[in-house]
Design a protein. Structure first.
Length: 354
């Protein structure tokens, strides 16, 4: 993948490519924007482009992706590209102060081992040990000429104001649904699934790709949609159990991730009864899956609302159908609107997206 291939980030990519082509590289960048829109990928591709050993004539502003420098950067093994991240996904986990000091107080003064630039990527920069801020500020104020620092964050407001003011900011946006759908089609997904996942992603391409690459995600999405579609036929008790059902599906997703990535999640529901020390990582992972499950349901509800509105628009209410003049000519549509909540069995056909 080249910098130019980043999905839905035309403005940021154009600015970065222009900087490379004009050889006007800033000493520090702030990549900000919502989660999952490609900021981390952009930092990696920008680092590849800066240190590429074999830039191609047809696209000199991108890394080739194949030379030794590009390959080492992609693997996280380049001696001159340092990725500083928190040790785990926990929200309270921060980039250790030892890593910051080792990088910005010592390593930064050593010239690059084998590349034009020494590049530091802090991702996410808003999760940095508070005591390390002074060290970072000093490095941003008086950097050696060969150093480029990239701070990646979805929450720039959490950074001390003195940090963004020393960086060139690149803002990343939510991607268009069509662009994400097109990308999913290139990955081999069938049209209906690609369109649905693109819509569900809410413009976050990483979320769409994650869903496309994990069969259990697609299976969970299908189960959640069936759950919602059948809810009105199963009565109030089922509705009251909805939260538990959603949690069960989120737990299944968390368990699948555990099998992929390691012992972060307990293997069964008894984890909730374990000691706090052992449940904390499991609960964190479970909570990380819940928003996605809720997004699936929100997407279903949004589709259902759109279908209901379309039905109301294309119906032809008449004055005669109103019970009182004060209700006006649209009351017929309101009376029969599927938007009205009801737990009774309905004869309306399901609008479950596929
Ligand atoms: Zn290269």
């Amino acid at each position: 993948m080249r910098l130019a291939d980043l999905i839905g980030q035309t403005r940021a990519v154009a600015a970065l490519r222009k900087a490379i082509l004009q050889d006007r590289i800033a000493h520090a960048y702030l990549f900000s924007g919502p989660e999952g829109v490609g900021k981390s990928t952009a930092a990696l591709l920008f680092a590849q482009a800066l240190n590429c050993e074999r830039r191609m004539p047809d696209d000199p502003a991108s890394g080739c992706g194949e030379c030794r420098s590009c390959t080492l950067t992609a693997r996280g093994n380049h001696p001159d590209v340092r990725l500083l991240t928190p040790p785990d996904d926990g929200e309270t986990s921060v980039i250790p102060i030892e890593d910051i000091r080792r990088g910005f107080a010592y390593d930064i003064n050593l010239r690059p081992a084998c590349a034009p630039y020494k590049i530091y990527v802090l991702d996410p920069a808003d999760r940095t040990a508070p005591l390390a801020i002074h060290t970072i500020l000093k490095a941003l104020e008086e950097p050696p000429s060969y150093v480029v620092t990239i701070l990646v964050t979805a929450r720039p407001a959490l950074l001390p104001p003195t940090i963004p003011s020393r960086c060139q900011e690149m803002t990343f946006q939510l991607s268009g649904t069509e662009a994400i759908e097109h990308h999913l089609l290139t990955l081999g997904l069938e049209q209906t699934t690609a369109a649905s996942l693109a819509r569900l992603s809410g413009g976050r391409v990483a979320l769409a790709i994650r869903a496309a690459n994990r069969p259990e995600v697609l299976a969970t999405r299908k189960a959640l949609l069936e759950l919602c579609a059948d809810l009105h036929t199963r009565g109030l008790p089922a509705a009251l159990r909805l939260a538990e059902d959603i949690k069960r599906h989120a737990r299944a997703l968390a368990r699948a991730r555990h099998e992929e990535t390691g012992p972060e999640v307990q293997s069964d529901d008894r984890s909730e009864e374990s000691t706090p020390a052992t449940t904390a990582p499991a609960d964190r992972t479970l909570r990380s899956e819940l928003p996605w499950c809720l997004d699936v349901i929100l997407s279903w509800y949004r589709d259902r609302l759109a279908a209901a509105r379309s039905a109301a628009l294309f119906s032809t209410p008449t004055i005669e159908s109103c019970s009182t003049p004060a209700e006006g000519p649209t009351c017929a549509a309101r009376k029969t609107s599927p938007l009205k909540p009801s737990w009774r069995p309905s004869t309306a056909s399901s609008t479950t997206p596929t």
